[in-house]
Design a protein around this ligand. Structure first.
Ligand code: ATP
Ligand code: MG
Length: 585
């Protein structure tokens, strides 16, 4: 790595201009000033480079030196990523905090991955074998849950000359190719460049979240992109964290982007304690946190989502199903805006740079389900779920609008629902998923043939409820016919018992797909039951207090393990009641 030097001629917040930078390239990594603050070149004019600095620039003076390393900002990729907590430019936060107290001293250069930890490497290929990019030369058991595949880096191929098992640090050579190229446990990759793959796959497998409103009503594909826009306090963070806890994925990357420091403290304290509801093992065994609070420098925040997505792609390349949560991309866009205004760029809508939408799509485009590089057939995916916090909850602002144009799933949060403590406060009129039709065959084959029919029924009931409530506003509920009041009662159950799902309930925080189906079958059958009972002349008020209805109102607290049996028996009890004829409770 060759380095060249320039000197500071202008300082404006996180943006610094240096002259003598003829050898610098766009996105090259630099160290600024005598403190050696890390930064990145974002514009070049003649021999002048504009640099975004990842740390506070107070105290820097004109004339101080800028060192250019001649390479872009890189992520370190190898064993030790899982369970780590990084800042936006992949410095290990826990380590920084431990060594530096509460204040991270500026200009501290630390490796992302430990240089002293040793990992047990088990080769998967032999000397003499030919390898191409993406081929797995061996494995390291990174955590109980994650088998880390050591891959031939992109652009490298040849015949294996040497390879040996043993305990290695990430910098030691584990295999040598015939041309002398040394493969190590760690590879490096420029964060702003997507990692290569063979080809994209159709997103036809679901990203299973354990949340009924997401899985059943607005399902998103594995490798899909979803956004969670919502005003202040509507439940974005709780939604993202529930996904990080319960979603089915091999690896979770959680990016806390510019949220308040105390929210992040919550994450830092809570996550290491969390256990997988299925296995009882710590969830950090599959989780990587990238944390940038609002009091950390904006430029590092801007970089954080690219650091996060690069790590996500790396695990995808191994054949893992990766889910990336970002909370929130609005804070990220604000960082972009701040830097842009320091650069005195021509502002676009609401002061955001004109390239906001392009930059957002660079990020979302890196999601997807792909066939990985390498001879072995394997596929991996990166699913992206981004929270968006539009000021005043107004979705017409540029970040929400640009994101909606790109995302395949929109899970829109609603302040009214949140006020009424209907959580998750997903507005079913504004939310949508473009993946539904692609995913239905999977749900029908693997969960229940009636899956799409149940969803259609649910949506139809909510629509009918809307229409009836409009009528009721004019004429009063009492003027409605009994059949119409049945619709209102069942829709109420759908909303309050089915769509509402507390993230803090021990039993209901995560709802398996089978339970989701049975709950809806029960509600659907109860609807028939009320209708038929009415026809037989049973009075409505008695029916509304029928024990079966009361029981249905508590069913989400029934443990999922034996919900199949519970659901089956519930349906036959409804049928038995109907056979009895008179059913008033
Ligand atoms: N799924 C849920 N189950 C139960 N309670 C919830 C749920 N979602 C949100 N809440 C309640 O709403 C509160 C606010 O949620 P949260 O902090 O996630 O909002 P936010 O949109 O991230 O807010 P901010 O705009 O401040 O970032 C939570 O503290 C919790 O009490
Ligand atoms: Mg929040």
């Amino acid at each position: 790595m060759t380095s060249s030097k320039g000197s500071i001629v202008k300082i404006s917040g996180p943006a610094v201009v240096a002259s003598g930078m003829r050898e610098a390239g766009i996105y090259h990594r630099v160290l600024v000033g005598s403190l050696g603050l890390p930064g990145e070149v974002i514009r070049i004019e003649g021999d002048r480079a504009t640099i975004q600095v990842y740390e506070e620039t107070t105290g820097l003076s004109l004339g101080e030196e800028v060192v250019n390393f001649g390479e872009p900002l890189m992520a370190e990729l190898g064993p030790g990523l899982i369970s780590s907590i990084f800042d936006g430019i992949q410095r290990p936060l826990a380590l920084l905090l431990r060594e530096q107290g509460d204040f991270i001293s500026r200009g501290l250069l630390v490796s992302s991955l430990s240089r002293t930890l040793r990992w047990n490497f088990i080769p998967a290929v032999k000397p003499g074998e030919g390898v191409i990019p993406g081929d797995v030369v061996g494995t390291v058991q990174e955590t109980d849950r994650v088998l880390h595949r050591i891959m031939v880096p992109p652009g490298i191929s040849g015949k294996i000359r040497e390879i040996r098992p043993g305990n290695f640090t990430v910098e030691e050579t584990i295999a040598v190719l015939e041309d002398g190229f040394e493969i190590k446990l760690m590879q490096r990759w420029p964060v702003r460049m997507p990692r290569p793959f063979k080809n994209r796959l159709l997103p036809k497998l679901p990203f299973i979240t354990g949340q009924r409103i997401f899985d059943m009503v607005f399902p998103v594909a594995m490798g899909g992109t979803a956004i969670v826009p919502g005003g202040f306090g509507t439940g974005k963070t709780v939604a993202e964290q529930s996904l990080a806890k319960y979603a089915r994925a091999d690896v979770i990357i959680y990016i806390g982007c510019g949220e308040r420091g105390n929210e992040m403290t919550g994450v830092l304290e809570e996550f290491p304690e969390l256990r997988d509801p299925q296995t009882g093992r710590p969830l950090m065994e599959r989780t990587i946190l990238v944390i940038n609070t609002s009091n950390m420098p904006v430029a590092a925040r801007e970089a954080s989502i690219f650091t996060g997505i690069t790590i996500a792609e790396y695990y995808r390349d191994m054949g893992c199903q990766v889910a990336l949560m970002a909370d929130s991309t609005s804070r990220w866009a604000e960082a972009l805006r701040e830097i842009s205004s320091r650069l005195e760029e021509m502002p676009g809508e609401e002061g955001y740079p004109t390239y906001l939408a392009t930059r957002l799509s660079h990020y979302y485009e890196r999601g997807g389900r792909v066939v990985c590089l390498g001879k072995e057939e394997r596929s991996g995916s990166v699913t992206i779920v981004s929270a968006i916090s539009p000021p005043g909850g107004d979705f017409s602002e540029p970040v929400s609008q640009s994101s909606m144009r790109i995302a395949g799933g929109v899970w829109a949060l609603d302040s009214d629902l949140a006020h009424r403590r209907h959580f998750p406060a997903i507005n079913w009129r504004m939310s949508y998923s473009l993946y539904t039709d692609l995913l239905d065959p999977w749900f029908q084959e693997n969960v229940a043939p009636d899956w799409p029919r149940l969803r259609a029924w649910l949506m139809e009931m909510l629509q009918k409820e809307d229409d009836l409530l409009e009528v009721a506003q004019l004429v009063g509920v009492d003027a409605l016919q009994d059949e119409q009041r049945v619709v209102l009662e069942i829709s109420r159950l759908i909303r309050e018992e089915y769509l509402r799902q507390s993230s803090f309930s021990e039993v209901d925080a995560c709802c398996p797909l089978q339970k989701q189906v049975w709950m809806l079958r029960i509600l659907c059958r109860l609807n028939d039951f009320l209708g038929e009972s009415l026809k037989k002349g049973n009075p409505l008020d008695g029916l509304f207090h029928h024990p079966l209805l009361l029981e249905a109102a508590r069913m989400k607290e029934h443990p999922p393990e034996d919900f199949d049996a519970f659901g089956r028996s519930f349906l036959s009890r409804i049928d038995a009641e109907l056979k009895k004829g008179a059913v008033s409770g």
